[in-house]
Write a protein that binds this ligand. Structure first.
Ligand SMILES: Nc1ncnc2c1ncn2[C@@H]1O[C@H](COP(=O)(O)OP(=O)(O)OP(=O)(O)O)[C@@H](O)[C@H]1O
Length: 711
């Protein structure tokens, strides 16, 4: 009862504080509006409508934005740019329209009063490209430059491709609601640069020059005693936007600025399929996201952005929406299998995916054909043979024994002689018979069916471009399928990945998929932006001996050359004699974090059983937990929990790996599995651990349970 009333008292006090803040905010907004209105009125060359739009924008100038008015378009003598607005929300290229008829959008075109006005949209896009090139020299991504048509005398809030259409009342609140992506320092540098690139067109008499922020004074406020009553001042809209603005965290640096090498890749013109690889943390996903947004800005078509994992598309879609909201609805973020199922459904191809029934079919096949075969000499346990069928045979689209008999089994350690391959083939045929009898499909069937559909109409899909992230997780059939959607069209297919982070068995080369990556279409990144030396060294020591073959077929040593750019991360080790003490150390570490630090933390485990264990432990300790399966990239005040595999492609400020060096159970009845397949499993486990470790930005916590030895 006492706690309740105390809480009620403090809630009352904070409500009063909020009301006071709102009143202060309102007073400030009124003053700023009056000052802006007064300045716009000094711009005599402009029409009344243009002045009203300018007043809305000058209002932003009071809040850290800068406005360049009537500038010359570089490279032309006569063409001009109405306004360039640079502020926390990015760079806007603005064309102000004073049309009698309201703007309309239809079939991707701009119209007004029954006539096409699309040339205005096209001209604005061309000026925007000039602005993009100008800011690229400062490292700013083209996705942070936005074209905007402002309409005096109309109420509009619409989008036409990447062009935003806003009325004179909508423009102020809309721009104030933009996420903060530029610091005051960047705003200043960009403005100075753009002032040079876009010189003044011709100084109209008394045109407001480059307008820089200044505080509203009571003097300006008193000169126009009742400016707020002119009916233009949408106080509610501005107040809401201003409050939101104050609440928002600055957008991540990489969503706006890129390094010159990254920017060049984002804007490159590729004559055919391209590949970007590089070790963990080298900005592959960052480039892929900017590239997808850039292509969406340059075309009117749709872009497909695919990964293998189910959870990543949600997170990446969230990032892209924050980064390039104007084009976000033309980029489909999908996991490969769910997209393939939808693709088949849309094309009327029946699919009966049934994981459990497919597993039962395999169990039958193993019982009748595998369990008593020579395969048990190599590995007595069926998972290895299930993987052989999934990744080596079906994943690579092998349909005849002769093909399989001659196949190099990439990244499979156990050598199979012909009788073994024959036994595998018999197992495969028995599985297929059992599966067909049950009338179900497995995941590989879904991709093969989709490939059969797409292969008949190469390059004729709904997509102008396909970006594949974490491509090393896909099977050969999956990559062939995505290639078939766009074929070898220029800028059609971009494959992004890192063979060292392969966490599934088997492998293939891009040449096996008929994808020819030539010359500068194959790029390798080296600069790690995420991990400190200590974290990189710790992670690389896990895979140092595991040379691997990347998708281009190049053999690469496990310990790779990496240029480090981030220096703040540290490794913390907790070695305890018992599991109970180890888990207590984990809880102590987590309890010491602020809610914000906890939100940037992840506890990662190699397998499901450990996840369940830590879910119980953390929940019982009163810590809020968010499963990585549900995480969508929006900040949540909860520690993330999931498997090493589910953490792929993500990053966290703090990563906790409890029992990170406990060897995975072999599952064999006698506790032993034959050396070659055990080696292969151990190598995959090391890759997964490497992936988990390289997710950490500031802290990598490594827990170990090691009984104390008595002397
Ligand atoms: N130009 C940049 N400036 C600052 N940070 C950057 C830049 N480019 C990338 N980063 C940061 O580097 C980190 C790694 O980027 P990203 O996730 O794209 O790497 P990746 O190569 O895809 O990693 P992984 O293969 O491990 O998933 C991200 O935190 C991102 O914020």
């Amino acid at each position: 009862m006492a706690a309740g009333s105390a809480a009620g008292g403090s809630a009352g006090a904070s409500a009063a504080r909020r009301a006071q803040q709102a009143r202060r905010q309102e007073r400030l907004l009124r003053e700023q509006w009056q000052a802006a209105r007064a300045r716009a009125e000094r711009w005599e060359a402009a029409s009344e409508g243009e002045q009203r739009v300018a007043a809305q924008l000058l209002m932003l100038a009071e809040r850290g934005w800068r406005l360049l008015v009537d500038r010359r378009w570089p490279g032309t003598r006569a063409a001009n740019v109405d306004m360039l607005l640079i502020g926390p929300g990015g760079v806007f290229v603005i064309d102000v329209k004073n049309w009698r008829a309201a703007p309309e959008t239809s079939a991707g075109r701009l119209r007004a009063g029954g006539f096409s006005r699309d040339e205005h949209r096209r001209k604005l896009l061309a000026v925007t490209k000039a602005a993009e090139s100008a800011v690229a020299s400062l490292g700013m991504s083209p996705v942070a430059v936005r074209p905007l048509l402002a309409f005096a005398g109309h109420r509009v809030d619409a989008e036409l491709g990447r062009v935003r259409l806003l009325g004179e009342r909508e423009i102020g609140p809309a721009l104030l609601s933009e996420r903060t992506r530029l610091s005051a320092e960047s705003v200043r540098a960009l403005t100075e640069h753009l002032e040079r690139v876009f010189p003044e067109y011709e100084a109209p008499p008394a045109a407001p020059p480059a307008v820089t922020p200044h505080a509203a004074t009571s003097d300006t406020a008193s000169r126009i005693p009742d400016a707020a009553s002119d009916g233009l001042f949408d106080l509610d809209g501005l107040r809401d936007a201003a409050l939101d603005e104050a609440r928002r965290a600055p957008i991540e640096q990489w969503m706006t600025f890129l390094d010159p090498d990254q920017l060049a890749l984002v804007r490159r013109n590729w004559a055919g399929p391209a590949r970007i690889s590089g070790p963990a943390g080298t900005g592959k996903t960052v480039i892929a996201l900017h590239r997808a947004a850039y292509l969406a800005q340059r075309t009117s078509g749709r872009i497909l952005y695919v990964t293998f994992a189910n959870n990543l598309p949600r997170v990446q879609a969230t990032f892209l929406k924050a980064m390039a909201p104007a084009v976000a609805d033309r980029i489909d973020f999908r996991s490969l299998h769910s997209w393939a199922q939808d693709y088949l459904r849309d094309r009327g191809v029946p699919v009966h995916l049934h994981k459990e029934k497919a597993e039962t079919a395999f169990s039958f096949a193993w019982k009748h054909v595998g369990r008593n075969s020579c395969l048990t000499e190599i590995d007595p346990l069926h998972p290895y043979w299930r993987e052989e069928i999934d990744y080596v045979i079906k994943g690579r689209g092998i349909t005849s024994f002769e093909e399989y008999a001659a196949l190099p089994r990439r990244r499979r350690r156990a050598g199979l002689r012909r009788p073994h391959r024959q036994a595998v083939w018999s197992l495969y045929e028995a599985y297929e018979a059992q599966r067909t009898e049950r009338a179900v499909h497995d995941f590989n069937d879904v991709l093969s069916l989709a490939l059969a559909e797409a292969a008949g109409r190469i390059g004729h899909s709904a997509y102008t471009a396909v970006v594949v992230d974490e491509v090393q997780d896909l099977t050969l059939v999956g990559v062939r399928l995505l290639h078939a959607l766009v074929g070898d069209t220029p800028n059609g297919l971009l494959l992004v990945g890192d063979g060292q982070q392969a966490v599934y068995p088997g492998g293939f080369r891009l040449s096996d998929a008929g994808i020819d990556i030539r010359g500068d279409r194959g790029q390798v990144l080296r600069a790690n932006y995420r991990n400190s030396k200590e974290i990189v060294d710790t992670a690389l020591s896990v895979v140092a001996e595991d040379a691997f073959e990347d998708l281009d077929g190049l053999r690469t040593p496990g310990r790779r050359d990496i240029d480090l750019t981030y220096h703040d991360g540290e490794v913390q080790r907790a070695v305890l004699p018992t599991l109970a003490a180890h888990d207590e150390a984990l809880l102590t570490a987590l309890r010491g974090l602020t809610p914000q630090e906890l939100a940037g933390s992840a506890v990662l485990c190699p397998a499901k059983r450990a996840i369940e264990h830590y879910q119980r432990l953390l929940t019982r300790a009163g810590l809020r937990v968010c499963s990585l399966d549900r995480y969508d990239g929006h900040p949540v005040e909860a520690v993330k929990l999931g498997s090493y595999r589910r953490a792929k492609g993500l990053e966290f400020k703090r990563v906790y790996l409890p029992q990170h060096d406990t060897p995975p159970p072999t599952g064999a009845p006698d506790g032993r599995t034959p050396a070659e397949t055990a080696d292969e499993r151990a190598e995959l486990a090391r890759s997964q651990l490497y992936v988990a470790m390289t997710r950490a930005r500031d802290v990598l916590w490594l827990g170990s349970v090691r009984p104390v030895r008595e002397n």
